[in-house]
Write a protein that binds this ligand. Structure first.
Ligand SMILES: NC(=O)c1ccc[n+]([C@@H]2O[C@H](COP(=O)([O-])OP(=O)(O)OC[C@H]3O[C@@H](n4cnc5c(N)ncnc54)[C@H](O)[C@@H]3O)[C@@H](O)[C@H]2O)c1
Length: 324
């Protein structure tokens, strides 16, 4: 793409910081806006280079109206995320994320700026994979807060499509389990960072349930490549999956992390009921149908799990096993 002025919301976060680096490498002008919500919750990833940084929230309508007209593309990644976080802060999550997305879309619509929106494979809920973009969404009962992250992302996707109908160029990307350096971790999210840190520290690798549940872990450089390509007008008004086509069970992942780190940690299965509070439902298998993304963006994930894990382990090792 030609040199563009790019704004990355959530640019101090995991995917946003990698995206900002990649956009700079591609020769674009890049600025980021972030309210450091994630830092308040856990850690702060290293910011890529000397970038213009606007400290503020997407939920601040005046701020969005003021800054977005300065850009050609907004990569809208800012969000309070994670199923567990959103279960414990549902009102805060819905208000901040949905209002933030509405503000970004409205300001972009007025100024004629393209929007690339970060959605999630969570949107598919407990439907039957492979998940294609046109599949039905299947969620549990409203009272089960486990589904609200998916519901909020669905609402935000619907806002994107609505502004798209009015003429805003917008692309929705559904990310599938992205991992790599700077990924967020916690007891309920980020199984890869959790396993790596445990393995490097010689602690038990806790596999929730029997470990047969599968995911398609996608290395961050692949996710970022697809995101940068989504600026292409061919992707306007489209919903596209972004993920690896390779499924791995959580049990097999634990074995692989143990081998790649040379760790003597034990792998221990823990019943779901011990880990999650009421209302949680695990999704047994989740994998994308990548045909549409291949056709429109000519994108397929390139980094295999073993290579991506090795890179991530090196990153942790360089920081003495800490998040950095
Ligand atoms: N990591 C994944 O596997 C994954 C999977 C599916 C979807 N996503 C989506 O991708 C996006 C980025 O996720 P990530 O893993 O990089 O998360 P992250 O928590 O590392 O990054 C999110 C960033 O947004 C910032 N933020 C939160 N609310 C904000 C607000 N209102 N205004 C400004 N900044 C705000 C946070 O401080 C953080 O720096 C999110 O929209 C997320 O829902 C991620």
């Amino acid at each position: 793409m030609n040199r563009k002025r790019c704004l990355v919301t959530g640019g101090a976060g995991f995917i946003g910081s990698h995206l900002a680096e990649r956009l700079l490498d591609l020769g674009h002008e890049v600025a980021i806006v972030d309210n450091f919500y994630r830092e308040a919750l856990c850690d702060r990833p290293k910011l890529p280079g000397p970038l213009p940084l606007i400290k503020g929230s997407t939920a601040d309508k005046q701020l969005m109206d003021a800054i977005i007209p300065e850009f050609d593309v907004v990569f809208h990644l800012a969000a309070i995320l994670g199923v567990k976080t959103t279960m414990t802060r549902p009102v805060e999550m819905i208000e901040a994320n949905v209002e933030g997305t509405r503000n970004v879309l409205a300001a972009a619509y007025r100024s004629g700026c393209k929007v690339v929106f970060a959605s999630s494979s969570e949107v598919y809920g407990k439907g039957t994979p492979p998940f294609a973009e046109e599949n039905d969404r299947v969620y549990g009962a409203t009272a089960k807060l486990r589904w609200i992250y998916a519901v909020a992302k669905t609402l935000e996707e619907t806002l994107c499509l609505g502004y798209g109908d009015k003429g805003l160029p917008v692309t929705i990307l559904r990310y599938f389990n992205i991992y790599g350096p700077r990924a967020k971790e916690g007891p309920y999210a980020g199984v890869i960072p959790r396993f790596i840190r445990a393995a490097l520290a010689g602690n038990d690798l806790l596999v929730y349930g029997d470990g047969t549940q599968t995911r398609c872990f996608t290395y961050v450089s692949d996710a970022v490549e697809a995101t940068a390509r989504a600026v292409d007008p061919k992707a306007d008004q489209e919903i596209l999956n972004v993920g690896s086509a390779h499924q791995t069970s959580i049990g097999a992942l634990a074995v692989l992390v143990k081998r790649l780190t040379g760790s003597s940690s034990r792998i221990v299965n823990v019943p779901f009921e011990q880990v999650y509070s009421f209302g949680f439902e695990e999704i047994p298998n989740r994998f994308p149908d990548m045909r549409k993304t291949k056709r429109i963006l000519d994108f397929s994930a390139r980094i295999g799990l073993e290579e991506g894990l090795a890179r991530t382990i090196d990153w942790y090792r360089a920081r003495g096993g800490e998040r950095g």
